[in-house]
Each structure stands twice: as structure tokens, then as C-alpha cells.
Design a binder for this molecule. Sequence first.
Ligand code: BGC
Length: 344
Amino acid sequence: MKLREKKTEDYQGQPVRFFELENDHGLKARVMSYGATLVSLYLPDRQGRLEDVVLGFDSLAGYLGPNPYMGATIGRYANRIARGRFVLEGREYQLAINDGPNHLHGGLKGFDKVIWSAKPFSQSLAAGVRFSYLSPDGEEGYPGNLSCQVTYLLTDHNQLEISYRATTDRLTHLNLTNHSYFNLSGGSKDNILDHELQIIASAYTPVDANLIPTGEIKTVAGTPFDFRQTVRIGERISQVRGGYDHNYVLDNGRQMTLAARVFEESSGRILELLTTEPGLQFYSGNFLDGKTKGKGGRTYGPRSAFCLETQHFPDSPNQSHFPSTLLQPGEIYQSQTIFRFLTD
Ligand code: BGC
């Protein structure tokens, strides 16, 4: 295992640190302290050729421009909260509104746009970086001082593990995730429609026109949302208005088990996703507009990548039958997601 501190860039007078983790099989992950972001992920194809499989930018400046959360840590609440409102102990909280009438991905300045402190560390078969951030009471409208840690760990078993831990001093809601955009072809394919996807979920949460769950938990059987058997992403995407942008209710609840698997034929790359979270947002990159210039000057058009965001369900603070996102003082929030990489 190798762990290197790379460059440092400046953000409003504060240093942004970049780190590279490399395992004994050549897998490489780069992370940075702005947004506790996964910047690149170099994976071998079936011939052993390394290519970067996540979207992003060549330098910090790109991340500061128009950027749909590339690789970032999302908080305090991943996904949407209707009208940015919830009630706790009889008091109504109004969060920042940044997506039509709703609150999305933590608001105007979420965890993706703050600088985290970073602590790199090595173990015998793994190396990682632990990012920490103290979100003050009232930030983006949320109650409680929230102390938060996100740890990236790359192992010699070809796994990238992301672990989340948080505590609060007041009752609050919390739902953390990572927002990486994957294209397992490593850029040779402009879109992900030929990627083959399996999601171990028998139900999903349908949404209204503003992408807020209607509250229903609906079976995927007989719908284009059924990925229980492996299907090409493009196979039925035209039957879903706007494309996939839905939360799946994972069959295995809150146990660390396989949630999804993706195979890309031309490279032979496989991504397996395991999580302790009850939900998974499958987003087929519908809003990527082809205007943003990313790594190496490439533009990222609609469907050029997909996201698999492990999470609690959207709008849970207002849907009492969804798994709770409440965090109490004295309690420890813990969540873990593993990306496992293979080839075939
Ligand atoms: C959401 C999309 C949103 C995107 C941000 C995804 O997590 O599900 O609706 O547009 O993030 O660009």
C-alpha cells in the first residue's frame, strides 16, 4: 500500500489537501479535503490497463464552478426534503431551498462545499484518509452542532470503503452519502446505457414531479424499475420519464450486504456495492448537460455516468413510515458503504 500527499491548492486563503492511495494491485484513489471528495479512481480493465472511472475535474477550480456534486460527500441530508421543512419537538425548521421549492443535498453550502480537516493513515493491508468537519448549530437551517467524520479506506482486496460517523448536541436529522459519478468504460464510452446493472431491491419509492416521494413503497415487479435480474441500463430507460432518478428500498435492510452490481462489457470492469444503508438512489446522470468541461477538457453529457448513492429515503423527516433519520444527542451515527472492484 502507498499513501502520498500530493499537491495543496488554495481556497479563500485556506489550504485544500490532496491525497493518493494506491494498493498493491495498482488501484489508485485520489481524495481531497474540499467536500471530502473522491477526485479519481483508477481501476484496471481485464487487460490490467488502468483508467479513471469517475467524473470530475483536473484541479480545484473546476469543482468550484458549476458542479453537480462530482465525487463529493453529501450532507447534512443527501437527496430532497420537501419545501426544506420539518418539525422536531413541536418546532418547525426551515432549511435552505436550492432545488425548485425543495432542499437538496444539504442546501446552498452543503458538506460538498466546505473544507474538511484531513488525517491520512496506513494499516498493513490498507491506507486511508479520515476527514472531519464540525457543522455549527443552524448551518443551512439544521439544528445542533454536528461533529462529523468521513473515512476513505482503500484495501489490498480491491475495495474502497467509505465510513461515516457523527454525533450531535441537539436532536437533528442526518443522511450522509457520497456522490461519485461512474463510467466503468474509463471514458471510451460516452454514455452508460450499455452498462449492465443489478439492484437487490424489490421496491422503490415513487416520486412526484419535483422528485419528492409520494410516500408509497411500490413493488418493482412488472416495471422498468426492476433490476433484480441484471439488465442493461438503456434497455427500458425511455419508459421512465426523465430517466432513472429513484430511491430503491434495499431487500437486505440495514445489514452490510450486496446492494448493487454493475458490469461494463468492453472493459470487463465490475463494481459491487455493499452498504449498511436501507436505500439506494440510482441516478442515470439525466441532468448532466454537456456544458461542463471536466477532466482533460472532456464534456459530460446526459447519461455519461451513473450514481449509486447509498442513503436513507428522500424526505424521511416528513414521512413517518420511512426508516428514521433522527439523530439524538448521545447517540452515534454510523454508516458504511463498500465499493468492491473486479474484472471479468
Ligand atoms: C439527484 C438528482 C440531482 C443530482 C445532482 C442526484 O442525487 O437524485 O436529482 O439532480 O443528484 O445533480
